[in-house]
Design a protein around this ligand. Structure first.
Ligand code: NAD
Length: 432
């Protein structure tokens, strides 16, 4: 047989900009960029793509400079930009995409600047805090012909993929109701987030994982949002900062039947709790029940003097773990990192995955991916905006407001108990 030499694959480069160098950067972005620096990306569609960290923007430059000296051998050289106008300097430095991992109430401004500069954008959850902001980002992404995506890594958790597979295949039939809880340790509210926690709540920070899981897995139309919560530990008992929240969402499905979901969150769980974060869900169907519990996933490990503070007794080795591989290599891997790699692949496919004349089709295909595209985040953002509005009214002395979705008066309509006046939070239609 004649030997046909293989063509060597094309080589491309994508330079990433990073805004926000806090906890989630250390947990997932840093190992992702280190992995990319070592191996790059390969796909038959686009060949080899060298994805590298091009620059970082932080408030004081302290974290950026520290990262540059600590990770020179694993991340290579990159720019470190500080205020004033750290983001503007980063955007001008020639990056191709921008990852936004600032506190959630600062996502919008950074993402807007990046999209306006024509960069692809990846935003940590929750993407933004209002539908008006979401509309603005969608408009800018459309105008610039770039991707605007959000990270919900729980959708890549193998357990949640299995749940969705059983639902998609009709083995679990029609969800009727369910509950989810996610409890963060006190160290999160007390030290990690102390800088920005005033006026914030754990629902926006973590219930959003489950809002998205429910929305993406079961589909349907969000019809109403209710929420309450407790105060007094992180801030004053009559102030705007919340210790814990209890959210209720009602969905309606194509056949007219409804489901209710309760999502409880906290960031004041004792630090010596054995699990890293306590996560539990139960979904009830016409013909089945799905139960999942983070601490019952498999491992319990005690190390004298280390657990449960330095090392957790029950660990999630699926999200993001450091391992000694059987072939001797040290690695850090898991769905928290995989989700970032998927985004880089989507950008590389749009830019390099075929002829320039077909870029528009590749862009549209990437935008149809509902798990991460901002255009598919409408009901999740609607739930977050409603929850924030209800908690703000509560802090102002009016508890138990409810937000109804896509009513004749508007897309998000806040109703007060005992008061016939309504407040329209968003005029446009939520469902598309
Ligand atoms: N995917 C997940 O499960 C997950 C987990 C944790 C956090 N997050 C999300 O990631 C984001 C950041 O969370 P975190 O845990 O890393 O918080 P963090 O407080 O540890 O880090 C945020 C960092 O952003 C910096 N920052 C604030 N404003 C900035 C600005 N304008 N420009 C540049 N830097 C700025 C802060 O100084 C801080 O270093 C939040 O949106 C959060 O919801 C996601």
């Amino acid at each position: 047989m004649p030997h046909t030499p293989r063509e060597s694959p094309a080589c491309h480069t994508l330079r990433a900009g990073m805004v926000g160098l806090g906890m989630i950067f250390d947990e997932t972005y840093r190992p992702f960029f280190e992995q990319m620096a070592r191996c790059g990306l390969y796909d038959p569609e686009f060949g080899i793509c060298d994805v590298r960290l091009g620059g970082v923007a932080s408030l004081t430059g302290r974290r950026g400079d520290a990262l540059r000296s600590a990770a020179a051998s694993t991340l290579g050289d990159f720019g470190s930009f500080r205020e004033p106008d750290a983001v503007g300097q980063l955007l001008a430095s020639g990056v191709d995409f921008v990852c936004v991992a600032t506190p959630d109430d600062r996502h919008f401004a950074v993402a807007r600047a990046a999209l306006a500069a024509g960069k692809h954008v990846l935003i940590e959850k929750p993407s933004v805090l209002s539908l008006a902001e979401l509309d603005e980002l969608a408009r800018l992404a459309e105008r610039a012909g770039v991707l605007a995506k959000v990270v919900y890594h729980k959708l890549l958790d193998p357990d949640h993929k299995k749940l969705r597979t059983l639902v998609a295949d009709g083995e679990l039939k029609h969800v009727n109701n369910g509950y989810c809880t996610l409890l963060e340790p006190k160290s999160i509210s007390g030290s990690q987030f102390a800088e920005w926690i005033k006026g914030r709540n754990p629902g926006t920070y973590v219930a959003v994982h489950y809002i998205k899981l429910i929305d993406f897995t079961f589909g349907g139309r969000l019809t109403s949002v209710a929420c309450t919560g407790q105060r007094g530990l992180v801030g004053p008992a009559d102030g705007p900062t919340w210790d814990s929240t209890q959210l209720r969402l009602i969905y309606e499905y194509g056949d007219g039947r409804e489901a209710a979901f309760d999502i409880h969150t906290s960031w004041v769980t004792p630090d010596n709790f054995p699990g890293y974060v306590e996560q539990e869900v139960q979904f009830r169907f016409d013909n089945g029940v799905w139960n999942a519990h983070s601490r019952k996933r498999g491992v319990e490990c005690t190390v004298e003097g280390r657990t449960p503070i330095e090392r957790k007794i029950t660990m999630n080795n699926h999200y993001n773990g450091t391992f000694l591989e059987p072939w001797g290599e040290r690695s850090q891997r898991g769905y928290g990192i995989e989700v970032l790699e998927r985004f880089a692949r989507e950008v590389a496919t749009v830019e390099f995955g075929g002829p320039a004349s077909a870029r528009g089709e590749r862009l549209q295909a990437a935008r149809r991916l509902a798990y991460n595209d901002l255009s598919a985040d409408r009901q999740t953002v609607a739930a977050v905006q409603a929850m924030e509005a209800i908690l703000a009214r509560h802090a102002a002395g009016e508890s138990n407001c409810v937000v109804e979705v896509d009513r004749p008066q508007g897309g998000l309509v806040l109703l007060r108990p005992g008061d016939s006046r309504v407040e329209v939070l968003y005029e446009g239609k939520v469902a598309r």
